[in-house]
Design a protein around this ligand. Sequence first.
Ligand code: FES
Length: 183
Amino acid sequence: MMHSEPPPDDVPSGLHTPVGSRRSFFQWMTSAAAVCIGLGLSIPLVGYLVSPAFKRRAQPWVDVGAVEDLPVNEPKQLDYVTSIRDGWMETKAQKAVWAIKRPDGGVTVFSPICTHLGCGYRWEQGDHAFKCPCHGSVYDREGKVIAGPAPRKLDTLPWKVENGRLLVMYKEFKAGLPVSQEV
Ligand code: FES
């Protein structure tokens, strides 16, 4: 005896499943979940990208000495100690900048890092030039490149004078570029 499937019309009306609606619902749920995951991933990423900009703004002014102690037209290395915070850890680090006082009382403060590949340089009084020992870059007292592979002049740092004290905002710049670009 042969049995055959009843035609769809024979299914009692109460057992019909709204297939189209259910599919739409699952598609909607999948999309919503994808959006939530995307947001969950993108918020930390945005924070990671944006936070360095805020950190950069948080650089403190550091006192590097009395302005009257700077000789006129002669670069001087100014050493100072700064605190570096890494999570819960706080360590002290010795840093330095080069400053030169102009006859009009203005000051130029140079980053102590050679713009070629980041070595430290020094002022050679006999040659009236800043010289980098690593690959031979030479800068004049204005920080302009006069010899060697340095791609740009020395980077300068913001400064101000308060109560006779020279305050400097230390920054770091990318080496090897033709223009100054903060790290
Ligand atoms: S790092 Fe100074 S010349 Fe190369």
